[in-house]
Structures are given as structure tokens and as C-alpha cells.
Design a protein around this ligand. Structure first.
Ligand code: NDP
Length: 410
């Protein structure tokens, strides 16, 4: 049915590639391209052994529009799945426009030198994608991604008016490391050290980082301290569902994790500006002054999120708690998925956080190739029909559950 190009060969890309190969009727040709081609080749070998798929590989620096254009011109994919980093969103979108390819990603653009994410940079491409008759699907991981599709599904089937939305993200897994992040450490630490932000009565309210928190009870897990964070899907959801009076995002953190994070910040290791460092020259003739970004250095010494899977136990639980009106009466609705780290590892060699992101990315690309989600323009996932996507979640490894009119705790 279609030719797909996956850019990136990290945890999320690995899961997406497994899922793509599990669906050969939809994905008839597959290429994986990334900065370090040997990672793509190693992954292609695993996929070939497991599924018999002949996956092509390539080297590409996705910061370079020129390199991307050459790659896209030679491979001519129907859709590009951008599973590299948020820094590469705009260069890949630009190359897609030049070569007539459709686009999908899982995280919104972020400039390297500013820990700040918002959709405006990518929404600015709307007209160009529309005019070119191309489709760009933004934020198609779990959060953003499935959480927005859960919201669209609730709006379509259960509410006349959504008024209060709380997205709740719990990782109750244990990787048995003192400190590690579950996805790219640089992106993750930039995200959670930002100020908190939520939407209430038509405006954003800013909080200090981790200022607002409370215990929330997660199905099959129990109570976990949950912290209000700024998260990107709130930005599009309050626009696409203007009846929302308040929208917030909560994520659980253990005390030990927060203590480490505090230390990392207090000693300057989360800085994203360059600092000068004296490094001994290789020839032994004294020191050379080199520039390093402390957070990038920290990433180099922290455990690689891709290596956490083997000893990871427990599960994630991510969902939406919604309050609103149906037939003039107030109702509550909680929709969620629980994902086992061990089951994810057994299937793909990656832990649950990569799994919950890579599976929806594959389903989004599948929706496009099947012609179910293909309108030209730049779209957040809640702008498409949620039903076929929800059906696939159940059969591709992320089944969901609903609780009607229960206590939302929020
Ligand atoms: P990783 O760090 O494991 O993988 C990133 C990959 O991108 C690596 O293979 C890396 O190459 C490659 N890459 C980085 N820069 C470039 C470049 N300039 N050109 C080509 N390739 C490049 O990250 P994850 O897999 O954990 O995360 C992938 C994406 O998923 C991120 O954008 C992250 O924000 C997003 N995400 C979204 C979630 C959601 O629910 N929506 C949840 C979790 C993550 P190399 O191997 O050479 O470093």
C-alpha cells in the first residue's frame, strides 16, 4: 500500500519499525535513515530476522535540508515518520514540501538554544502543505498523540460539551537505576524543568516548576504523587475544543527522581548554553579550550533509555479524565491505557515509554496510507476521525479502557 521512511533509530523509532514490519499489507517498503547508519543497519538486521522484511537503510543529517532533499528524492516515500528529535521538525517538513512527501511526528518543534516548545512554528506551514496537497500529522505519539485522540473520541461519542480535561501520565515502572530518563535525556530534562502551565477560563496560568502536585489513583497501580506540567497537546486541544474551561497535564515522579533532578539543576548540569572547558590535547602538548553544553554532556553519561528495557518492571498508565455535559447533565469519563514494560521489551526490545510512543506513530502512518487520515494541511491528531485509530490501538498492543461517571479526583 505504501512506502515509508523512518528518520531516527532510537527507542521510539525501533518500536515503530517493529510495528511497521508487523503490518506488511500497509507498509510495503520500509527505509530507516538516521545520523548514525550503523544503528539503522543493526535494527534492519533484527527486523529481517524476526519478520523477514527487507528494510533499506541510509545515513542522513536531518539538520540539513539539502541532505534530506537528496534522500527523499532518491527514495520517494509516501510518508516520512520523523522519529528523530524535535530540533529536526522544521528541516524535515521543509524537505517534505520540496519533494512532495507527507509528514508525521511525535513532538513539536523546539529550537536547540531555547528550552521552549510551541506549535506556532509548525502551524506556520499550514498554507504551504495545503497548497501542495500534502498532509502533515503532528504529535502522533502517546502524549501528545493518543491523549488527544482519546479527547476527540470522548467528544464524538460521550459529550455534547467537554468542560474540564485532565491528562494523567503515570510511569509506575522501575528500571532499577539510580537515575535515568525514559526517553531522550536532553529533551526530557528540558521539558520537565520548565515552568508549569495550564489553561483556565480562556487564559494560560503559569506556575513554578513542580509547584502544584497531588496524589492521583491510577488503575491497577494505586496512588502516585502527580505533578502539573506544561505539555504541548493542551495548546491545540483548547483551540479545537473551545468549550474547555480548564485543561491540565499531570505526570508522576518518585521522590528520588526529583531529588536527582534538583541536584542536576543546582549544579548547573541542566544548562543548555555553551560553557568553556579545558580538555587535554591528544598529543599531550597542553590543554585546548573546548565548548560544551552541560545538558548534552549529561546525556552522554546517563543510561541510554534504549538500554533500560531488560530489567524494567511495572507499567505505565496514561489517560484522560474528562468532565462535561451530555443532554444537559454533568458526566465524568476516564479513558486510559496501561502498558507493561516487560511485555513491550519482549516484543520489541524497548521499554514501555518507547513502546507507547512508537505504536501510535505507526498507527498514524497507517491511517494516512489507508486514506483514512489524509486531508492536506498541517493537522494535530484530534482533527481526524478518532474511530479507526482507536480500533487499531486495541489490536496493535495498546488496548484502552473506560470508566463512566466515576470519581475523577480532580
Ligand atoms: P533517542 O534519543 O533514543 O533517538 C533519537 C534518534 O534520532 C537517534 O537515533 C539519533 O541519532 C537521531 N537523530 C538525532 N539527531 C539527528 C539528526 N540531526 N539527523 C538524523 N538523526 C538524528 O530518542 P527517542 O527515541 O527516545 O525519542 C524520539 C522522539 O520521540 C523525540 O522527538 C521525543 O521527543 C519523542 N517522544 C514523544 C513522546 C510522545 O508521547 N509524544 C514520548 C517520548 C518521546 P544518533 O543515534 O546518532 O544519536
Amino acid at each position: 500500500m505504501g512506502r515509508v521512511l523512518i528518520i531516527g533509530a532510537g527507542g521510539v523509532a525501533t518500536v515503530a519499525a517493529h510495528k511497521v514490519c508487523q503490518n506488511p499489507d500497509t507498509f510495503t517498503e520500509v527505509m530507516i535513515a538516521s545520523r548514525t547508519e550503523k544503528k539503522c543497519i543493526a535494527l534492519a538486521e533484527v527486523l529481517n530476522k524476526k519478520y523477514g522484511t527487507k528494510v533499506k537503510t541510509a545515513q542522513v543529517d536531518a539538520d540539513s535540508v539539502g541532505q534530506l532533499i537528496s534522500l527523499l528524492e532518491s527514495y520517494r516515500p509516501d510518508i516520512v515518520m520523523n522519529l528523530a528529535l524535535p530540533y529536526q521538525d522544521l528541516t524535515i517538513m521543509e524537505a517534505c514540501l520540496h519533494t512532495g512527501c507527507n509528514y508525521l511526528d511525535t513532538a513539536n518543534y523546539e529550537p536547540k538554544d531555547e528550552a521552549h516548545f510551541e506549535y506556532s512554528w509548525q502551524w506556520a506551514y499550514r498554507e504551504r502543505f495545503e497548497k501542495a496537497g500534502l498532509c502533515a500529522i503532528l504529535g502522533c505519539g502517546f502524549d501528545p498523540g493518543v491523549t488527544s485522540i482519546f479527547t476527540a473520541y470522548a467528544a464524538k461519542h460521550h459529550f455534547d460539551e467537554i468542560q474540564y480535561l485532565d491528562i494523567v501520565d503515570c510511569n509506575a515502572g522501575n528500571h532499577h537505576k539510580a537515575f535515568a530518563t525514559n526517553f531522550n535525556p536532553e529533551i526530557n530534562i528540558r521539558e520537565i524543568t520548565q515552568k508549569g502551565l495550564y489553561w483556565e477560563n480562556g487564559k494560560y496560568i503559569e506556575t513554578e516548576p513542580m509547584e502544584i502536585h497531588k496524589p492521583l489513583t491510577y488503575p491497577g497501580i494505586g496512588p502516585k504523587e502527580s505533578y502539573l506540567l506544561h505539555h504541548e497537546e493542551i495548546e491545540s486541544l483548547v483551540i479545537n475544543y473551545p468549550t474547555i474551561k480548564r485543561a491540565r497535564f499531570w505526570m508522576t515522579f518518585g521522590q528520588q527522581y526529583l531529588t536527582y533532578l534538583d541536584v542536576i539543576q543546582n549544579i548547573g548540569m541542566s544548562r543548555i548554553d555553551e560553557v568553556e572547558y579545558k580538555a587535554p590535547k591528544a598529543d599531550g602538548s597542553g590543554d585546548a579550550v573546548v565548548k560544551i553544553v552541560p545538558l548534552q554532556f549529561l546525556k552522554a553519561v546517563l543510561p541510554n533509555p534504549q538500554d533500560l528495557g531488560e530489567n524494567y518492571d511495572g507499567e505505565t498508565s496514561i489517560g484522560c479524565r474528562i468532565r462535561g455535559l451530555r443532554d444537559g447533565k454533568e458526566h465524568t469519563y476516564y479513558i486510559y491505557n496501561n502498558c507493561s514494560h516487560q511485555a513491550a521489551y519482549e516484543e520489541t526490545g524497548m521499554q514501555g515509554v518507547s513502546y507507547t510512543t512508537g505504536v501510535p506513530a505507526m498507527i498514524g502512518a497507517m491511517m494516512f496510507l489507508k486514506g483514512l487520515w489524509s486531508k492536506p494541511g498541517v493537522h494535530n491528531v484530534e482533527e481526524f476521525d478518532p474511530d479507526p485509530f482507536m480500533e487499531q490501538l486495541n489490536s496493535q498492543g495498546l488496548p484502552w479502557h473506560e470508566i463512566h461517571d466515576g470519581d475523577l479526583e480532580l
